[in-house]
Design a protein around this ligand. Structure first.
Ligand code: FE2
Ligand code: FE2
Length: 216
């Protein structure tokens, strides 16, 4: 198999990190609720994310990829591309789920763009599989939030506001940071496209939130 470029290796290790840290955070929410259906949904979602993490690890192993530091690819304090690591420990389950929902709205966009950009069929295949699997994650959280809306509108809107800003700021930071470090590599084109696409994505998120939760 051909060699992964350093920039694409960074992305894949970053995906793996996001998947299994997402799975861990979801599993941690289970102890915050007595609701059995909710516990089940959280564990199912967690299990999926852990499995996604394993899929990326398997891809990296197939490429015999160079290993990188555990937290993203740079542990220096001014750089934090670890999305889930940036969530606060004392967040309520509702706030965690809203942050995750906003994040998962972006995942299919980003993965589709990566799938069009990469030359490796093995990577295209995993990206397509994960895009398809995102639908059930978006669905159950959307239904849960809609069920809470009549009694918890104020809190939900407040969290949505924070989550949208957090997600956008993190994504800009991640893409700009990778672009800055790898500006002479092919991955730079991918990051540039991702950044150029941000206003369109913001429009999609705004429309979704308005149509789904009457939030604007
Ligand atoms: Fe995932
Ligand atoms: Fe997901």
């Amino acid at each position: 198999m051909s060699t992964l470029t350093f920039g694409e290796n960074v992305f894949l290790q970053f995906y793996a990190l996001e998947e299994y840290t997402g799975g861990i955070i979801l599993a941690k929410q289970v102890i915050k609720t007595p609701d059995l259906q909710l516990k089940f949904n959280l564990l199912q979602h967690s299990e999926d994310e852990i499995r996604h993490g394993k899929l990326w690890i398997a891809v990296l192993r197939a490429f015999d990829a160079e290993t990188l530091p555990v937290k993203g690819y740079d542990d220096s304090p001014e750089v934090n591309i670890d999305w889930f690591g940036a969530l606060e420990d004392d967040m309520t389950m509702l706030e965690v789920l809203i942050h995750l929902h906003i994040h998962e709205l972006r995942v299919p966009y980003h993965f589709e763009r990566h799938g069009n950009w990469t030359s490796f069929n093995g990577i295209k295949k995993v990206l397509a599989q994960l895009i398809a699997e995102e639908a059930s994650h978006l669905r159950w959280i959307r239904e849960y939030l809609k069920s809470l809306l009549p009694v918890n509108r104020k809190a939900i809107y407040g969290y949505l506001n924070r989550a949208v800003r957090f997600e956008e700021a993190m994504y800009y930071r991640q893409m700009r940071d990778i672009l800055r470090r790898h500006e002479d590599e092919p991955i730079a084109d991918f990051c540039t496209l991702a950044l150029e696409d941000m206003p369109k994505q913001r429009g999609f998120v705004d429309k979704y939130l308005y149509e789904t939760f009457n939030y604007h």
